[in-house]
Write a protein that binds this ligand. Structure first.
Ligand code: DON
Length: 309
């Protein structure tokens, strides 16, 4: 760890950048098709508060599925484990993140885990608040605390673009409403969920959130407890078992750290007791993970001895 430098990280991203050519930009959220598939940035935030970066580390991107870990932490804080796991399971699926297949075969029809879209929609449905605005305010305040920046917000264009085209997620919601896994107005839920997915920040902000998880919920700079340690532990465990979707097994072998990807090309990593990692590289493999980002994590994990296994 101690030998990480910005220069060394620059060298590593130059080595893995060519892998971007094997991936492609996400195609089902129109606003995300405009990214540059060669972009690559990384930041590492040590639990002692020092941080390193390389590439265009100030470039903002939307969290997409990475937001699912944060919402899960909030909802566990607000509702407790028992209430949350009554509506969402704890098992990996081995299916793509937006698959409806397992929902139909399971009895009860509760989603298998909070990282797939169905599970994440059920989790967002549990954010407390009297209406969508209050729920959103609570989520955004929590994100701002984690980043320690009250300017963090969301990308309205990306949120609207996803909301307007989210028919697969709409289908998942209607199915789950029929089976009483979720309640309330579905358009309100989709509005909140697409805003959540469009929360925007740079890779250094993301590394800082990763560092909070790495430090069991403690803010690495202020020392404040932002997430109770048992909840941070649950979130990290889901990141290991389901964070990279149906590539989580291979990722555990090759990288071996809790991590969560998003279709924007972001990846958040948390190396327990060591550091948080934020990566942005929008060219995706067929499972929806950043191609160059995963390669970079593989290399860094080997060099710095990060695998928890
Ligand atoms: O709900 C969706 O489909 C997107 N907002 C998020 C999916 C995602 O990021 C999957 N990650 N690799």
């Amino acid at each position: 760890m101690e030998c990480i430098s910005n220069q060394e990280l620059e060298q590593l991203i130059d080595e893995v950048r060519p892998y971007s050519q094997y991936g492609k930009l996400v195609d089902y959220i129109p606003a995300l098709k405009e990214e540059n598939s060669e972009d690559l940035s990384v930041s590492i935030f040590h639990v002692n508060g020092t941080f390193f970066y390389a590439g265009d580390y100030l470039k903002k991107f939307t969290l997409q599925s990475i937001s699912k870990v944060i919402t899960l932490a909030l909802v566990l804080i607000q509702n407790g484990e028992e209430a949350v796991f009554e509506r969402v399971g704890m098992e990996p699926t081995g299916d793509p993140f937006n698959s409806i297949a397992k929902l139909e075969t399971l009895k009860p029809a509760k989603p298998l885990n909070p990282m797939i879209n169905a599970g994440a929609l059920a989790v967002t449905n549990m954010i407390q608040g009297k209406d969508v605005d209050e729920k959103w305010d609570r989520l955004l305040s929590f994100v701002r605390e984690l980043v320690n920046d009250d300017q963090v917000s969301y990308n309205e264009r990306v949120a609207k673009s996803e909301y307007d085209t989210a028919n697969l997620n709409r289908a998942l919601c209607y199915f789950m409403k029929q089976h009483e896994v979720i309640e309330g107005n579905i358009e309100d839920l989709l509005f909140l969920y697409t805003k959540q997915c469009a929360i925007e920040m740079n890779c250094s902000d993301l590394a800082r959130i990763g560092a909070v998880f790495a430090a069991n919920g403690v803010d690495p700079v202020t020392g404040r407890v932002l997430i109770p340690s048992h909840i941070a532990r649950i979130c990290k465990t889901f990141m290991v078992t389901c964070g990279m979707y149906n590539a989580s097994g291979e990722f555990a072998i090759k990288v071996g750290i809790p991590a969560k990807s998003g279709v924007s090309g972001g990846i958040m990593g948390a190396v327990p007791h060591k550091c948080g990692i934020g990566i942005f590289g929008p060219a995706l493999d067929e499972k929806g993970n950043s191609v160059a980002g995963v390669k970079l994590l593989e290399k860094m994990s080997q060099i710095y001895g990060w695998s928890i296994f």
